[in-house]
Design a protein around this ligand. Structure first.
Ligand code: MN
Length: 475
């Protein structure tokens, strides 16, 4: 068993070695075009590549995109570049890349499920799936780029912590990491950039007031505390923990060891009726060189910040933060605060328009067509937030739409029941194939871009498709 395992990791690493050799053949005069995915993993992936190219004294330019479609590929094919890098994106669009960029030198460093395609020798494609390594849990796009960069020059190990942030952004940390990611964590620890501590499974230890963090804590849920501000404050007082710290609200990082223990046992006591009352701890990844109480110190908060930058069209700030530019880091933090306000605005629009014709609510489906009322970059977040609320009795699809500027409409699809075993990516592809547009995404979160003029047709077909799907899964 172990022998087989070792073999596939070795083969994967060998494919990286080969890719690096191929890259070394690219002339130094060649300016390189980088295209990366617009999420925390994509932003960290391209930052690691940029760092590596800087070390090599190579010239490059970067684009960050939500989706690869034929239009985008045609556009970049006309630019004056011969060498393209696709990071955390590309594996799902092999056929298009092959056809549209047929006369270019292509490097794809990705971990998404590869499209079945006969690729030609001008494409160097590194992907863990080819070696039976699970790209959804074992390594992220940033991880693949990191291994490439490390092979190119061991100095790039000083970016290991950035690859860890990418993996966390793609939710690959589940009570620790599996093999390949864990190796990268070890590199980051050896570089003195990262330390791993046991901590409460909550979000915002460095930055949020403690009572707020308890109030919004839903994994783990704290019965009688989660959801209520006053209960959260009272809970702390009952434990003998002053919720305030001078004039300010106390944060989790302010607690003494003694208080930390009190809080942990207090939470467990509240959870005695839950399945695993003590399941409240997890590994917390601390970026040791970042200031205490800063949004960049906890790797999870850092990855959230990168997602925020991406969604607000400020991916370059995220890249600057990954490359450790102090000025840009500050800008990125204020961008995230703006993002939080954007979420509040989006949710407010959703609450206030429940009865409007823009929101269709039926058994098993919510369809939101926000048109120009919310940012197209926010509709995925909107659908995700709705899908996570506990309001659903039966499996429900959440489809959200908003208009882009170019006569297109962006669509996001989520599902309320993650266990329902329905492949959203397949589902949306099915809908798009009957109307118009391009689909993309994953098993549990998918999206599409469709012509705005065919919104109605799309919604009609979507309703029918959801209906049929639900009938199939519920006997
Ligand atoms: Mn990714």
């Amino acid at each position: 068993m172990t022998v087989v395992k070792l073999k596939r990791y070795d083969s994967f690493k060998h494919s990286i070695k080969e890719a690096v050799e191929k890259f070394k053949e690219v002339s130094r005069d060649e300016k390189i075009r980088i295209i990366s995915h617009l999420d925390a993993d994509g932003i960290t992936a391209c930052s690691i590549l940029i760092h590596a190219l800087n070390l090599e004294n190579r010239r490059y330019s970067v684009s960050i995109t939500q989706q690869l479609n034929s239009g985008f590929l045609s556009e970049i094919s006309k630019e004056d570049y011969n060498c393209f890098f696709f990071t955390d994106i590309g594996s799902g669009k092999l056929e298009d890349i092959k056809n549209i960029l047929h006369d270019k030198k292509i490097f794809i460093l990705d971990h998404h499920e590869p499209e079945d395609a006969d690729i030609k020798s001008n494409i160097v494609h590194v992907n863990p799936h080819f070696f039976n390594i699970d790209g959804t849990s074992e390594i992220s796009g940033a991880g693949v780029v990191y291994l490439f960069a490390k092979q190119l020059n061991p100095k790039n190990q000083d970016m290991a912590h950035i690859a860890v942030i990418g993996a966390i952004g793609d939710m690959q940390a589940n009570n620790g990491f599996s093999k390949l990611n864990q190796d990268i964590v070890n590199d980051a620890i050896n570089q003195k950039k990262l330390k791993v501590i046991k901590g409460l499974k909550v979000f915002g230890a460095q930055t949020k007031p403690l009572y707020k963090l308890l109030q919004y804590c839903n994994d783990p849920c704290i019965p009688g505390v989660t959801g209520s501000e006053s209960n959260a404050i009272q809970f702390l007082q009952q434990l003998g923990i002053n919720p305030k710290y001078g004039n300010e609200w106390k944060k989790l990082v302010h607690l003494t060891d003694e208080e930390r223990k009190k809080l942990a046992s207090g939470i467990i006591m509240k959870r005695l009726n839950e399945k695993n009352p003590e399941d409240i701890f997890c590994d917390v990844y601390i970026l040791c060189n970042e200031e205490k109480e800063c949004a960049l110190r906890d790797a999870k908060e850092f990855s959230t910040l990168l997602n925020a930058c991406g969604r607000l069209g400020k991916a370059s700030l995220g890249i600057g933060a990954c490359l450790n530019d102090e000025k840009i880091k500050k800008k990125a933090i204020s961008t995230m605060q703006k993002y939080k306000r954007e979420i509040v605005k989006t949710m407010k629009w959703y609450e206030q328009n429940q009865d409007s014709e823009d929101i269709i609510r039926e058994e098993g489906v919510i369809i939101i067509n926000a048109k120009d009322n919310i940012r197209p970059t926010m509709i995925g977040t909107l659908a995700s937030i709705i899908s996570l609320s506990n309001e659903f009795q039966t499996t429900t699809f959440i489809l959200s739409m908003a208009r882009l500027l170019n006569g297109k409409t962006k669509v996001s699809l989520r599902i309320s029941d993650k266990e329902a075993n329905i492949n959203l990516m397949n589902l949306i592809s099915q809908i798009v194939s009957k109307s118009d547009g391009e689909a993309g995404g994953h098993l549990g979160a998918a999206g599409a871009v469709i012509p705005t003029e065919s919104e109605e047709e799309f919604i009609d077909i979507a309703r029918k498709t959801f209906d049929e799907t639900i009938k199939k899964v519920t006997p």
